[in-house]
Write a protein that binds this ligand. Structure first.
Ligand code: ATP
Length: 351
């Protein structure tokens, strides 16, 4: 199980800097996801790990060994891209066998035995004689996965492998990928722009923005304790407030937010144990829609409701308070067109 380390990676193209100061470590056997909006540098990071593209500055290490100048064919990585990229004129078995072009089959197996084993692993036994166009999109991606896994790579790299599939198939295939990854214990780096997918499948994830890493953590850490305003808004929905510390006791800050509402514009927010904020400091905090609660006794403010989206079991409500949008989640839409909500100081997160 190979660990991957990126140390101070910068990647400049002629007309753009794609990555700047990217440092992160992927532990051996981990399912690690790079998530972020289009253009933030996910694919460039993955290509740098693969050896498909060399960094302008910085070092890539596999198990502590500098592989920055090692070409892709010598890194023992398996890569699956967005498009299926199967050879249409080859059978499924021939496509999988192509994954063995640089190496002998592992464990003394013949190539045929290895292909059969892989088709079994991705749940496509008996499909070896088919041509790719006789398979569904999801099945084709499983063949691409089998091909990438053929040489028993140290590292599996997946670049939005499901972006061409419909939502239901994506969910099915991501569970399948997770099962296979756990069965093999292969260090895996997965690229997606879909934050929900990133939370669902990863041991840990890196949230990327504008060529840099905003936060690395487990799904729970990133969701519950976003480090930056970008992470707070990109990973799940959030209500982000900015303001000035005007007072507070040891474990709570009183914050006057920028919105100058006639009432309730001073909020109480729990201060972390290591908090060093003083009166006059500018701060930003966020409150999840699920934590804005009509029953909450503290931090109450009125929301003028605008639109409601029924999501099955829960309703997302958009509204307005003091000229800004507020997002709520309630089991059912209220009958009235305005609503008092509040939040517990402990449910607000200082960024
Ligand atoms: P997407 O989700 O859209 O694939 P991404 O997060 O994977 O985006 P990258 O493909 O890594 O982002 O691109 C990061 C930045 O680098 C973008 O601004 C992109 O235009 C630029 N870039 C990537 N490859 C090249 C290239 N070969 N030449 C010039 N600029 C490039």
């Amino acid at each position: 199980m190979v660990a991957i380390e990126l140390d101070g990676i910068r990647k400049a193209f002629d007309d753009a800097v794609a990555l700047e100061g990217v440092s992160l470590t992927v532990e051996g056997g981990e399912f690690f996801t790079l998530v972020g909006p289009s253009g933030c540098g996910k694919t460039t990071t993955l290509r740098t790990i693969a050896g498909l593209s060399g960094p302008t500055e910085g070092t890539v290490r596999f198990d502590g060994e500098d592989v920055s100048d090692v070409p892709v064919e010598d890194r023992n990585v398996g890569v699956v891209f967005q498009s299926y990229a199967l050879f249409p004129h080859m059978t499924v078995a021939e496509n999988v066998r192509y994954g063995l072009r640089f190496t002998d089959p592992p464990r003394g197996l013949t190539a045929d035995e290895r292909v059969d084993e892989l088709l079994e692993l991705v749940d496509l036994p008996e499909m070896g004689d088919r041509e790719p166009d006789e398979l569904s999109g999801g099945q084709q991606q499983r063949v691409a996965l089998a091909r990438a896994l053929a040489p028993e790579p140290d590292v599996l790299l997946l670049d939005e492998p499901m972006s061409a599939l419909d939502a239901r198939l994506r969910e099915q295939l991501r569970r399948e990928i997770r099962r296979i990854q756990q069965e093999l214990g292969v260090t895996t780096v997965y690229v997606t722009h879909d934050q929900e997918e990133a939370l669902a499948v990863s041991d840990r994830l890196a949230v990327m923005h504008d060529g840099g890493v905003e936060q690395v953590g487990t799904p729970v850490e990133v969701y519950e304790r976003p480090a930056t305003e970008f992470v707070a808004s990109f990973v799940g929905e959030n209500n982000v407030f900015s303001g000035v510390v005007v007072g507070g006791e040891s474990d709570e800050l009183a914050i006057e937010v920028d919105e100058r509402a006639p009432e309730g514009h001073r909020f109480r927010v729990a201060a972390p144990d290591d908090d060093a904020h003083a009166v006059g400091d500018r701060v930003t905090f966020c409150v999840r829609p699920t934590h804005l609660d009509p029953e909450a006794g503290r931090n109450r403010f009125p929301v003028a409701l605008d639109t409601a989206e029924y999501l099955g079991g829960t309703t997302r409500l958009y509204g307005e308070w003091a000229g800004r949008e507020v997002v709520l989640r309630l089991p059912e839409p209220p009958a009235a067109d305005s609503l008092m909500v509040g939040f517990d100081p402990a449910d607000a997160t200082l960024l």
